[in-house]
Ligand binder design. Sequence first.
Ligand code: CP
Ligand code: NVA
Length: 304
Amino acid sequence: MSVRHFLTLNDLNANELDELLDHASALKKEWRAGKVRDSLKNRVLAMIFEKSSTRTRVSFEAGMIQLGGAALFLSPRDTQLGRGEPIEDSARVISSMADAVMIRTFDHNTVRRFASVSKAPVINALTDDYHPCQLLADMQTYREHRGSIRGATVTWVGDGNNMCNSYINAAQQFGFHLRVACPKGYEPDAALMAEAGNYVSIVHDPLLAAKDSNLLVTDVWASMGQEDEQAERAKTFANYQINPALLAQADRDALFMHCLPAHRGEEISEDMLEHASSVVWDEAENRLHAQKALLEFLILGQMG
Ligand code: CP
Ligand code: NVA
């Protein structure tokens, strides 16, 4: 069987995604009950980080250890990747020694190039274009709190960035409607929007976009690599804050999510993370459980 990768949510089909989330919730219960699981005993995950991370690093590293395996943290500062060794050469070597490779980088093409010659499954742990691992956690969290997301309305507030692009993929895979509320000029990728057809609409006014929505989601206004645009973006995005007033437009059972890290006073008001509708801490923890399910699926080639 040829090796499977997880570069976007579209690398799994809708059934596989459903099964994966079921398995993630089962793994969570098992882990909370203190059951020892060694499904990935002696397996190794190589983790290449070209951008900072707290949640992604801790969840992948802890996840591998909890399943009986190990994870190697590789920084471009200390490997030959940072000194210009071609991606494909690095991919051939690293994937001949590790059972899976996780990459967080800038250009999405880097993970594609790596995967094209990798003998081991490659996981996209965030690029400038996509953040599929976060969507697994978000979808698991919605399902655990509210059941199936099929047919729901989800409102994305803010930048049409990597997270937003992965929400567009999710709308198609999980069958919900996504409204994107963003300032003009910050819309998500046009080709991706076209492909998503009726699953996605742009509603520039955040109050209209939030109306009767079942889930409100946002992310930082300036992503990693856009630090020099921070001041300009703060002005442009000033009306695109999730706060209790915006949430009041949504369905009364609406949930609020944020992939974190959050900037209080910018994309969210000071009180949003602790708001009754907020599930951000469950969402963060579910990175661990969803990725353990993903690692088992990719490394063992089976679900559960
Ligand atoms: N949400 C997320 O990916 O967080 P980190 O940048 O801390 O990994
Ligand atoms: N859009 C953010 C997500 C961080 C997890 C970034 O790329 O920096």
